[in-house]
Design a protein around this ligand. Structure first.
Ligand SMILES: Nc1nc2c(ncn2[C@@H]2O[C@H](COP(=O)(O)OP(=O)(O)O)[C@@H](O)[C@H]2O)c(=O)[nH]1
Ligand SMILES: [Mg+2]
Length: 318
């Protein structure tokens, strides 16, 4: 098994990341509420009786989020919020951005789309709340939108929100997302519900097993959000490099087929992000991917990718 990168999110000397002790006691206050332009600041009060080590840790010091509402004139990083339906994605989104409503539809689709901005640490972020999806093997319009954004929109970080009370079902999507990107943070939400059901979820162990940060949260009570953003910030800025575990031992015959297809894909859609994933889907007979390819839609995404910075690429696709 892969061991975690020595650089941990809170600089705690090689400990596994992101299982914040005492997050239960966090007190969150909404300050400077301003309904007019939907901006406010969330300050996290220091925990009572904190140790000296705690007061110097990054989580403690960076505990300041500025929600920017719909103000997204410029951003350094794009963050996608993915997850099964009803796991708390929109609650996380609203808490972080200060927005309370969905802002529109995805172009040409009746599926609602929400995006908002926030500042954390030194960076400005654009956060995109994706439609709920059980897998990246799109079987519905919602799933197709989420899949296309994660695969071809190439967000700087993908937060996968999971329901702590239904981990087996939720981890399916996590493992699929980990197949296509390293830059993942798992938001282990509904921890209060897990507790209520007598479930103990070991976030630290899960982080070790998955190879990415796993942050316990209770989005409805605004708990764990700062730790989540701290992890996102460290992954986005490259301070922390997740090392996801991937399925090993692809049979040689499959490897050959994938390589041949990838070479053809490169001709059809130069610079296509995640061409390996596309090749695997084609081999699996995924008609939606075959159609997108033959209609030139994948190629369009790829050329936007080569000519614009990551943020603009996402904007161009929305
Ligand atoms: N108990 C509890 N409920 C939550 C939590 N996060 C979200 N919810 C509730 O779960 C329901 C679904 O949340 P929503 O954000 O709409 O989920 P989405 O479908 O993933 O966007 C809502 O009633 C939320 O208030 C949490 O951490 N604990
Ligand atoms: Mg939602």
């Amino acid at each position: 098994m892969n061991t975690l990168n020595e650089k941990t999110a809170n600089g705690n000397g090689g400990q596994p990341p992101m299982a914040p002790a005492g997050f239960d006691q966090q007190m969150i206050q909404l300050l400077e509420e301003d309904d007019g332009d939907q901006k406010f600041t969330i300050n996290i009060e220091p925990l009572p009786a904190v140790s000296a080590a705690c007061t110097t840790c990054a989580v403690h010091n960076a505990a300041n989020l500025r929600s920017l509402g719909v103000d997204m004139a410029e951003w350094d990083f794009v963050v996608a919020l993915a997850g099964n339906p009803n796991v708390g994605k929109s609650t996380v989104f609203n808490t972080i951005t200060g927005l309370k409503q969905h802002t529109g539809n995805w172009p040409g689709k009746t599926v609602s789309r929400a995006e908002g901005g926030f500042e954390f640490g030194e960076s400005r972020y654009k956060l995109v709340d994706l439609p709920g999806t059980y897998s990246l093997l799109a079987t519905s319009m919602d799933e197709e939108i989420a899949r296309d954004f994660i695969l071809f929109g190439q967000p700087d970080v993908t937060i996968v929100v999971v329901d702590a009370t239904r981990l087996e079902r939720n981890l399916n999507l996590v493992l699929q997302v980990l197949e296509i990107t390293d830059r993942v943070v798992v938001c282990l939400n509904l921890m209060d519900e897990a507790r209520r059901h007598g479930l103990q979820v070991d976030a630290r162990r899960l982080a070790l097993d998955l190879g990415v940060p796993v942050i316990p949260t209770e989005a409805r009570h605004k708990r764990g959000i700062t730790e989540l953003l701290q992890a996102v910030d460290e992954v986005a800025t490259g301070t922390y490099e997740p090392k996801p575990h991937r399925i090993q031992g692809t049979p040689p015959v499959l490897k050959n087929a994938v390589n041949q297809l990838m070479a053809q894909l490169e001709k059809l859609a130069p610079g296509l992000p995640n061409a390996r994933w596309v090749a695997l889907r084609l081999l699996d007979g995924d008609q939606t991917i075959a159609d997108a390819l033959s209609e030139g839609r994948l190629g369009t995404l790829a050329s936007a990718n080569t000519s614009q910075p990551a943020g603009s690429l996402v904007a161009a696709q929305l």
